[in-house]
Design a protein around this ligand. Structure first.
Ligand code: PEP
Ligand code: MN
Length: 338
């Protein structure tokens, strides 16, 4: 980090900064300019409270140089991470896989029909929530373990790997015993105990971006999972809160190329939560593939008008087939396959 002194800072104040830097176990390098003095602190300062230096008299600001995450940083790894959910669903390679299925598992009939139809449409994995984090306590909360059993049955029937959400640290082991990939939702993206627990089990983790999270906070959340020992983390842009209300969220697609500059982890996009309207989903899928997304997660329901959750944003299986066909052409244009 670099500590920028105020133009009026005295030599004693600079010396105070130097002593504090040394106390922190870092090396100091004072640069006296014509107008300002800056003190460079050399060494890994990520475990220190950098902000505390700002409270020393004469300090104008503290400028961090190292990103606050380490394992997630692009510099920490030469090769991009490929996360293998199954043989046909590898995220971060040359292919752009599609994870599709209903928002939630509603019944055996609904999830089996969904799985068969998304498979026919060309999806590479099945999504479906058994534990649903709902804003309204009176809304359908998911079928719980019964839903996990139905997902396992759908996997057996179709061969599609299963991606499903885990909501509490105490349920990580249970969900992990059924799922091929654990989803951590936007509302839980800074539930640090949950991130840590997901980092201590062997299945890949699909971490949604918090709806009010900066990229730096997002990568630190991913770092919790990585630091706990699980290298298989998939990032997922699902829209953020803004003033705009023509969509449920604002799908911030520029984070895809930006994350690729900052991290080796694969980045997928969820245009369903990202828009909230089925009519917008196909076009945002296309835009996602065009801007370099490593995969898509899409809500698909055989009968959206009767869906128990997120019906407005669920596309039908024929819409999925058409979307995948167009995205395949776009993927080829950006040197990927589907
Ligand atoms: C979902 O995928 O159905 C979901 C609840 O996602 P998010 O956490 O992004 O809202
Ligand atoms: Mn949903």
């Amino acid at each position: 980090m670099v500590i920028v002194m105020q133009p009026t800072a005295t030599k004693d104040q600079v010396q105070l900064v130097v002593s504090r830097i040394r106390e922190m176990g870092l090396k100091d390098h004072v640069i006296v300019g014509t107008d300002l003095t800056v003190v460079a602190a050399i060494g890994d300062d990520r475990k220190k409270d950098r902000g505390s230096l700002e409270n020393i008299p004469g300090v104008d600001r503290v400028v961090p140089i190292l990103a606050p995450y380490k394992i997630a940083a692009l510099e920490s790894k030469k090769k991009r991470t490929q996360v293998r959910i199954s043989d046909e669903c590898v995220v971060g390679g040359t292919k752009v896989p599609v994870i599709a299925g209903p928002c939630s598992v509603e019944s055996e009939k609904q999830i089996m029909e969904s799985a068969i139809k998304v498979r026919e449409a060309g999806a590479h994995a099945l999504r479906g929530g058994a534990f649903k984090p709902r804003t309204n306590p009176y809304s359908f909360q998911g079928l719980g373990e019964e839903g996990l059993k139905l997902l396992a049955k759908a996997r057996k029937e179709t061969g599609l790997a299963v991606v499903t959400e885990v909501v509490t640290p105490g349920e990580v082991e249970l969900v992990s015993s059924y799922a091929d990939c654990l989803q951590i939702g936007t509302r839980n993206s800074q539930n640090f105990k949950l991130l840590d627990a997901a980092g201590r089990q062997p299945k890949p983790v699909l971490l949604k971006r918090g709806m009010a999270m900066t990229l730096e906070e997002y990568l630190q959340a991913a770092e919790y999972i990585l630091a706990a020992g699980n290298p298989n983390v998939i990032l997922c842009e699902r829209g953020i809160r803004t003033f705009e209300d023509h969509t449920r969220n604002t799908l911030s697609l520029s984070v895809v190329p930006e994350l690729h500059l900052r991290t080796h982890l694969p980045v997928i996009v969820d245009p369903s939560q990202g828009t909230g309207h089925a009519r917008l989903v196909p076009d945002m899928c296309k835009a996602s593939v065009a801007c370099g997304a490593d995969g898509l997660i899409i809500e698909v329901h055989p009968d959206p008008a009767h869906a128990m959750t997120d019906g407005a944003q669920s596309i039908t299986p024929p819409m999925l087939a058409e979307t995948i066909a167009i995205c395949t052409r776009i993927a080829a244009a950006v040197d990927r396959g589907m």
